[in-house]
Design a binder for this molecule. Structure first.
Ligand SMILES: [Zn+2]
Length: 225
């Protein structure tokens, strides 16, 4: 801004055109720019989690109307994450299997267009990510998940249902039922060993911490394979 004022004061109004402060515009990659990015850094590839970790269960809520928007957001019920995130999740699954559990995924990489849609529907950044910044889901660096019994595939009992906006959904909310407490603690503790941190207000949401340099992406699932 100082530069702008200076150029006007100095009587070079044409210079003010180039020195105006730029708006902080979000860098969103489409399929073409994403493909160029993975040529430079193969770790940026989005990996199909259902194929990489065959034992896991997919219950992709946004591919059904059974989600907080009551609308079908995704055309396909698939889950993707960047390569290091997928590798870490595969290692966590091995540990869960030893405990008699297995991972069930509700959501993983989320195309940026879906985040824009959520914001149009809800319009409150306390509940959905602002499209201004995008989210870690948009970067392929966050997973929403729970645990199922390895044999029956029945969900373990947790403090709330998925995507609950209630206070009981907070990761540190007090829980009186010892079984629920044990389930939530197991989920949080095992995932933290593999580089995931639970979201403060959502027991099911895990950010992979080592995601520096991964851009927001806007590629629908059907264009990824
Ligand atoms: Zn999430």
């Amino acid at each position: 801004m100082k530069l702008l004022i200076a150029t006007i004061c100095l009587g070079f109004p044409f210079l003010s055109l180039v020195s105006q402060p730029k708006e902080n515009k979000l860098n969103v990659l489409d399929r073409k720019t994403y493909e160029l990015s993975i040529q430079k850094n193969p770790n940026k590839e989005l990996i199909n989690l259902g194929k990489k970790i065959p034992g896991i269960t997919l219950d992709i809520k946004y591919a059904t109307p059974d989600n907080f928007t009551k609308q079908v957001i995704y055309k396909e019920a698939k889950a993707f994450a960047r390569k290091p995130v997928a590798d870490a999740l595969a290692r966590a699954e091995l540990e869960f299997l030893q405990l008699g559990y297995s991972i069930k995924i509700f959501d993983a990489y989320r195309p940026y267009a879906a985040t824009v849609k959520f914001f149009e529907i809800v319009g409150d950044t306390r509940y959905v990510a602002s499209p201004k910044n995008g989210s870690r889901h948009n970067k392929g660096c966050a997973i929403d998940l729970t645990l199922v019994d390895q044999k029956t595939k029945k969900e373990l009992i947790m403090p709330t249902e998925y995507d609950s906006f209630r206070k009981e959904a907070w990761a540190e909310a007090s829980v009186s039922d010892p079984e629920i407490l044990k389930n939530r603690t197991t989920l949080i503790q095992v995932l933290s060993k593999y580089g995931f941190r639970v979201n403060k207000t959502e027991w099911w949401h895990y950010d992979y911490l080592d995601c520096a340099g991964f851009e927001v992406l806007d590629i629908p699932f059907e264009e990824l394979e």
